[in-house]
Design a protein around this ligand. Structure first.
Ligand code: ATP
Length: 343
């Protein structure tokens, strides 16, 4: 990536709370116009990082640059960004229109300009018929759209979002994912989006930043983090069900694996990359889940449990079966450090 395209640079950033490092020497560049997702389990530090970018909190070490400039001394309003939160943070006594316009009024944008922008943004978000209502008269999805409209109307180039869809039901969340992505692309917004939901990350991101315990595990496209997880943590966090991990000795001497695979390695195979074969390691079937298009087969090899995804059009496996895998699709990890060994 070219540095000139990096709109937000996080350089060796740490944030200590007493003895606890919420962030521990984190470095990453986020590109202009990208939808970047900070993804990780609860407590991994993603909200802390977003708050530091926003200027709502101050790092204890390192620097943050926006557009090449160190923003350490700038308050949130001077960082050229807007924010959307999980809670929406709408004013209950103001109408939808007033809520959307609130920030512009504060910034002293002329009335004619405000109304012109409101027309445009309300139309784009499907909010035109709702402009006179109060937030309490809106559904959750509509409230979320108002919060988004308020960010978009500011015309700031960067939008920070902290779990903005988590209060919506599953169907609406799926719709809003598509809508959000479309708006981001249409406006060329640089979005930094926090979530613990890997489906949100996989469906919306240009780039996923996988975080764990205050550190970055991997930065990559959804395809990269799925197909080539850099660590055992990412292998286990991305994918439903996650990547299977077999002790290397179970496969030592098998065709298709590099020589020397043994005790100290873990072989990672995605459930869909495993198939029933004429010969190969023999596993015992432990349970079968029918999902419509395919079946998830829970099986055991030695003392390792794993899951194979098999097309429902094929007969379910017998109690004991031999299996193979899509060669070249395996990930090999150092069992001690958790780091990926294969390319
Ligand atoms: P979640 O998905 O649950 O919001 P997160 O990944 O966003 O989690 P953070 O909120 O960034 O995690 O918190 C990271 C760590 O820092 C946690 O261990 C948390 O307890 C700690 N932490 C965050 N804010 C503070 C604070 N103000 N004071 C003390 N510790 C804090």
């Amino acid at each position: 990536m070219q540095t000139s395209q990096a709109q937000i640079q996080i350089e060796h950033v740490s944030r200590l709370f007493g003895q606890t490092a919420a962030l521990d020497d984190v470095s990453v560049s986020l590109s202009k116009g990208d939808f970047s997702v900070l993804l990780g389990p609860s407590g991994c530090g993603k909200s802390t990082l977003l708050r530091l970018i926003a200027g709502l909190d101050r790092q204890t070490g390192g620097a943050i640059r926006i557009g090449g400039e160190d923003v350490g001394d700038r308050p949130p309003s001077m960082r050229d960004l807007s924010m959307v939160f999980q809670s929406y943070a709408l004013f209950p006594h103001l109408s939808v229109a007033e809520n959307i316009l609130f920030g512009l009024k504060v910034r002293k944008v002329s009335k004619a300009e405000r109304l012109a922008r409101l027309d445009l943004v309300a139309a784009m978000m499907g909010l035109t018929p709702l402009l006179a209502r109060k937030p309490s008269e809106l559904s959750g999805g509509q409230q979320q759209r108002v919060a988004l409209a308020r960010a978009v109307i500011s015309e700031r180039p960067i939008c920070l979002m902290d779990e903005p869809l988590s209060n919506l039901d599953a169907k609406l969340r799926a719709d809003m994912r598509v809508e959000l992505r479309a708006i981001q692309q249409k406006l060329g917004l640089t979005v930094v989006y926090v979530t613990h939901d890997q489906i949100e990350a996989m469906t919306m991101a240009d780039k996923i930043i996988v975080m764990n315990a205050g550190r970055i595990e991997q930065v990559g496209t959804p395809e990269e983090v799925y197909a080539r997880p850099a660590t055992i943590f990412t292998a286990g966090f991305i994918g439903t069900p996650p990547m299977n991990l077999f002790p290397g000795r179970l496969f030592a001497g098998q065709d298709g694996l590099p020589q020397g695979v043994g005790d100290a390695q873990l072989i990672g195979l995605r459930p869909e990359d495993i198939h029933i074969a004429e010969s190969g390691p023999e596993a015992d079937t432990r349970g079968i889940e029918y999902l419509g298009a395919d079946r998830l087969v829970s099986a055991r090899l030695g003392d390792t449990d794993f899951i194979m995804r098999a097309p429902a059009s094929a007969p379910p496996p017998p109690a004991r079966f031999a299996f193979g895998w899509a060669q070249g699709r395996e990930s090999i990890f150092d069992a001690a450090t958790g780091a990926r060994l294969t390319q």
